[in-house]
Design a protein around this ligand. Structure first.
Ligand code: NI
Length: 156
């Protein structure tokens, strides 16, 4: 177990396309355990491996019930639309106005390589989209409408 350092958006690791996970081994399990600890410690709702400098297709999403481990995830289905405040642990202190689908269904592997599907609405759907974007080197600041002002943030 151990906390990993969260890189900020100046780091080149956050702008690269990540490679698929091929080995569902101890090293992956250690990464997932460390990412879980780091996510809880930072009070976030999601974390992607490139944010801790690992260029592999691994994300965690807290769906409100538990922290999902999504390996090699893809978006299967999206519907609806939501526009709201979005932040990122790699862009500390800032929030942007980002349009996302209101519903998203994801297919992914678990830490043992078994495929499964999961879905969510609102914040969870937003989080799936945000974290999957990280795996392709995309930050919300590249897809947002604009940054939010302090005053607007108080409303959200
Ligand atoms: Ni992020």
């Amino acid at each position: 177990m151990g906390l990993r350092k969260i890189l900020n958006d100046k780091d080149p690791a956050l702008h690269k396309v990540c490679k698929p996970v091929e080995n569902f081994d101890e090293k992956l399990h250690k990464l997932l355990n460390d990412m879980r600890e780091t996510l809880i410690d930072s009070d976030g709702v999601g974390l992607a491996a490139p944010q801790v400098g690992i260029l592999r297709r691994v994300v965690l999403v807290d769906n409100g019930e538990k922290i999902l481990e999504l390996i090699n995830p893809t978006l299967l289905e999206t519907s609806g639309e939501q526009i709201g405040a979005e932040g990122c642990l790699s862009v500390p202190g800032k929030y942007g106005l980002v349009k996302r689908p209101n519903y998203a269904k994801v297919r992914a592997q678990d830490r043992y390589g078994n495929w499964f599907e999961t879905d969510g609405e609102e914040l969870t759907a937003r989080c799936f989209c945000h974290e999957l974007d990280h795996l392709d080197g995309i930050l919300y600041t590249q897809v947002m409408e604009r940054l939010l002002t302090e005053e607007e943030l108080m409303e959200y």
